[in-house]
Write a protein that binds this ligand. Structure first.
Ligand code: DOR
Ligand code: ZN
Length: 364
């Protein structure tokens, strides 16, 4: 399928050429590709924009062993469109019984790029996650020793904690103690949503970094209730107040190397979203780069876009920068509202809207 068929067509070329921005090929440091028919349907969007992706392991059952990760990586490679060179970087789903040797074996063999720490019950398919972070110390110590990053879903799991406070409570009660206990551990605070978490990351620059999603740069908590309940905007961590959205936009556009792309693209079938109990997740993978570049443009920071999209993440992970380029064009386009998956579909974040930026050519 061509890029035009996937992403919809841009407006016809105008007499004056569109503004363009050519950057080193970017990576997505947080992506849910799922499996089976869903994987086949959503992967082309991610693979058309990003060279590499950190693949989330919260499948059913979760990816907890080196063998399971290798097999999943093969399924992802097989699902790529013909000729596509997308590289999946696999993660280990940490549980209470993860063994440090399995972690080290997979990292040394080049299977794991990182491990994902889901506090048990914090989000979708996280019930096999970690019930006590202090008890995970032997695993985290080993990761510290071998230089393997831990990727943290930072939300408190006590149902009595207000959902809008769960990130803040986690940072105080779990993240700060973790950073104190493991001073040499590389920690990615995934999908930051608050001004205070941005400050926490900055205060631990060098050993902590953060991903920021496109949707948390666009929506605030009121958006979820705009004119009625909007299930397709519900994700975890849930979007916060406007002041937090503005702080995230400032953080990513300031040229600060601690922040990088992590779309947290998390597709769920429409029937799971428009349901009695809506699943958490925004499918932002089809409009991700277009959205990020729009934010940098609106903030007058296009000169900082390449570092955020294509350099900061690789540097933090200690991986080489990509070769090749992608060109973004300031030409309005409309991405399809949905993507079909079998008999059903998935609603695309900002699908059907006119977006000011389009994807252009990928080279190399
Ligand atoms: O909204 C979310 N969806 N947050 C997560 O942490 C998990 C994800 C999913 O897997 O659907
Ligand atoms: Zn996620």
């Amino acid at each position: 399928m061509s890029v035009t068929e996937l992403f919809g067509s841009s407006e016809a070329k105008a007499a004056t050429p569109a503004q363009t921005l050519t950057i080193r090929r970017p990576d997505d440091w947080h992506v849910h590709l799922r499996d089976g028919a869903m994987l086949k349907a959503v992967l082309p969007f991610t693979a058309a924009q990003f060279k590499r992706g950190i693949i989330m392991p919260n499948l059913v059952p979760p990816v907890t062993s080196v063998d399971a990760a290798s097999a999943y990586r093969e399924r992802i490679l097989a699902a790529r469109p013909d000729g596509n060179d997308f590289t999946p970087l696999m993660t280990c789903y940490l549980t209470d019984s993860t063994h440090p040797d399995e972690i080290e074996r997979g990292f040394r063999d080049g299977v794991w790029a990182a491990a994902k720490l889901y506090p048990s019950g914090a989000t979708t398919n996280s019930h096999h996650g970690v019930t006590s972070i202090p008890k995970l110390a032997p695993v985290l110590e080993r990761m510290e020793k071998i230089g393997m990053p831990v990727l943290v879903h930072g939300e408190a799991t006590d149902p009595a904690v207000d959902i809008f406070d769960r990130e803040a409570v986690f940072m105080e009660t779990e993240m700060l103690p973790l950073l104190k206990r493991h001073q040499g551990l590389k920690v990615v605070v995934e999908h930051v949503t608050t001004a205070e978490t941005v400050e926490l990351v900055r205060a631990h620059a060098g050993r902590a970094a953060a991903t920021v999603t496109p949707h948390h740069l666009i929506i605030n908590r009121t958006s979820i209730f705009q004119g009625g309940l909007r299930p397709h905007l519900y994700c975890l961590p849930v979007a916060k107040r406007e002041r937090h959205r503005l702080a995230l936009r400032k953080a990513v556009t300031a040229g600060d190397g601690n922040f990088f792309i992590g779309t947290d693209t998390a597709p769920h079938l429409r029937s799971a979203k428009q349901a009695e109990c809506c699943s958490a997740g925004v499918f932002g993978g089809a409009t991700a780069l277009q959205t990020y570049v729009q934010v940098f443009d609106e903030e007058g920071a296009l000169d900082h876009f390449e570092a955020f999209a294509s350099e900061n993440g690789a540097r933090f992970y200690g991986l080489p920068l990509n070769e090749g380029t992608i060109t973004l064009e300031k030409r309005p386009c409309r991405v399809s509202p949905t993507v079909a998956v079998g008999e059903e579909d998935v609603v695309i974040f900002r699908g059907g809207e006119e977006l000011p930026w389009s994807l252009g050519e990928v080279r190399g």
